[in-house]
Design a binder for this molecule. Sequence first.
Ligand SMILES: [Zn+2]
Length: 227
Amino acid sequence: MSRAEDDAGNGETKGQPPEGHSCAREPDKIKTRTCLGCRESKDKGDLVRLVAGPDGVVVIDYKGNLPGRGSYVCPKESCIRGAFSRKQLQRAFNGARTEGVEEFLNHLRKKVLERVLSMLSISRKAGKIVDGREAVEKGMEKGKIVLLLLAQDLSAGSMKQMTEKCLSRGIKYYICLSKDEIGDFLGKGERVAVGITDKSLSALLEKEFCRLRSLGSMALGGNKCLR
Ligand SMILES: [Zn+2]
């Protein structure tokens, strides 16, 4: 039976670095948790924490800072569906109530999307983004752009041109949000593309984009999140 683990160390496994891995992290600093879906032990940072709220309903603790005993799941549709179908959440939380799997997936997609917008906002405040097609294309030519976000409602012709440019220059791109949504977030009119010019911010954003993809984000208002 899988019981919720608390962060004081109950059920915590001390991970070892992968074989042949020369990572300088101390083995005892790698905190691993087991996914309720696939049962694999993974780095805590790659999993999503769940806690039972005061009303006895299991909630997603995306920031990982809510009090209480936590349990973990991979941010993947297959793991979440597996955990729900085998009633792993109820077992982990001693019979606490959960929402339905579809609602749960939608909530999680929303949390990831909120994180994407928050990361974009941080990038913008730090002056690490380029927006609008002309500026983005110039940035790409100059090799300034590390990661590109393309609006999902870009016309087919423009989408083809932009993605081909990304592929020829080895720039990673994701298709997510609409032109209006991107413009709103920037406080401007509609925008077809946003380029991120900072490597570490791009890496953080990419992690969230990959999560959206693993969560089958097509269900989220038709959002696509393709590489
Ligand atoms: Zn899993």
